[in-house]
Write a protein that binds this ligand. Structure first.
Ligand SMILES: Nc1ncnc2c1ncn2[C@@H]1O[C@H](COP(=O)(O)OP(=O)(O)OP(=O)(O)O)[C@@H](O)[C@H]1O
Length: 366
């Protein structure tokens, strides 16, 4: 099994830096997702690893070997694209083994690998069909089949599921993860879909404007976002971010009947609260009014005003509240995230929970 290491990677297109100082490692047999908004440099990073574009500077190691100057075919990897890239005139079987033929893999070996891939993917009944006679999900399986027969220990995927409907995406996602683990593949997977990233990855690399914003496992990314950008990118609806100076957090504190405290300076800091961490409680310290309710079935999103600010609150089950209701909100100390407003970075040590405030208030230590 081969791991991947990326050192100080940069890619400049004429005057535009698409990838800036990117460093990360992918452990052998693990799955790393490159995640981020459109244009953040995910696909460019993947293409540089594949050797489809040349780096401006930096190094790429696969299996401990520096492959930075090597052509794609010499890098020992398989790729799956969003477009599937199937040949319309070839059958499913021919499409799957096409690459093996090009590489002059002997016929017996081709048949063995084809059978293995077909068994894994359940394509047995479709081998003689042409791509036009397949559904989107089936075409995607054929593209995966190509990656499996290549028996490359490294597989790169660029938004492979984006042409599929939600249900099929979900199924294929599970299938990709199962195959990756069963075959022990080292995988780098590009997506802009946070749910896909969170459910697939051992490691998520969140990118923004060509740089790495945060690298962490999915749990770490959710529980301890390194920046306010990371905090808002992961989670639906996104984390509430309110200014501690004179924004809603100020209102939250001023409006509270309990001894909620901000000590020292709150200026320049913002408070982050995930909608699912805020509870409606009879003795909650924060009075609020429900402005709107969005019913989702398993849960509902309440838009609540606190002073002249808005907090989104996620409540489970059947909603008992109505628009216009006056409620009180509370949350546990661990639910609070604090960020520096100037650079967006997470602030760890300046926050304490006020003991006197029944563990529900915030104390910012200067
Ligand atoms: N061949 C190119 N020439 C010039 N600029 C390019 C080229 N390829 C990509 N870019 C620019 O580099 C930036 C990063 O593009 P990239 O495709 O890596 O983003 P991405 O994160 O994969 O986005 P998306 O999710 O939309 O595919 C974009 O601003 C894009 O316009």
């Amino acid at each position: 099994m081969s791991g991947i290491e990326i050192r100080n990677l940069n890619k400049r297109w004429t005057t535009f830096d698409a990838v800036k100082d990117v460093n990360f490692e992918v452990k052998p047999g693990s799955l790393t997702v490159l995640l981020g908004p459109s244009g953040c440099g995910k696909s460019t990073t993947l293409r540089l690893i594949a050797g489809l574009d040349a780096v401006t500077s930096g190094q790429i190691f696969i299996g401990g070997k520096d492959v930075t100057g090597q052509p794609p075919a010499k890098r020992g990897l398989a790729m799956v694209f969003q477009s599937y890239a199937l040949f319309p005139h070839l059958s499913v079987a021919e499409n799957i083994i096409f690459g093996l033929k090009v590489r002059r893999v002997p016929a017996g070996e081709r048949t063995r690998r084809l059978k293995k891939a077909v068994d894994i993917l359940g394509l047995g009944a479709l081998l003689d069909r042409k791509p036009s006679q397949l559904s989107g999900g089936q075409q995607q399986r054929v593209a995966l089949g190509r990656a499996i027969v290549a028996e490359a220990s490294v597989c790169l995927m660029d938004e492979p599921l984006s042409n599929l409907d939600a249900q099929l995406r979900h199924e294929m996602r599970k299938e990709i993860r199962t195959i990756q683990q069963a075959l022990g593949m080292t995988m780098v997977y590009v997506t802009h879909d946070q749910i896909e990233a969170m459910s697939l990855a051992d490691q998520v690399i969140l990118m923004r404007n060509g740089r790495i914003e945060q690298k962490a496992d999915p749990v770490g990314l959710y529980l301890r976002p390194a920046t306010s950008f990371a905090a808002r990118f992961i989670g639906t609806p996104p984390m509430n971010l309110v200014s501690l100076a004179d924004g809603p957090a100020g209102a939250i504190v001023k409006g509270s009947s309990g001894p909620a405290l901000i000590e020292g300076k709150g200026e320049g800091l913002s408070l982050g609260l995930r909608p699912e961490e805020i509870r409606i409680e009879q003795d909650g310290v924060v009075p609020a009014v429900i402005r709107s309710i969005e019913y989702h079935g398993a849960d509902s999103i309440l838009e609540c005003s606190v002073g002249d600010q808005i907090l989104q609150v996620r409540v489970e089950g059947i909603r008992r509240q109505s628009v216009g209701d006056q409620i009180r909100l509370g949350w546990l100390p661990d639910a609070m995230h604090v960020f520096d407003e100037s650079d967006g970075n997470r602030v760890e040590r300046r926050v304490l929970v006020g003991q006197a405030a029944g563990e529900r208030a915030l104390r910012v230590v200067p």
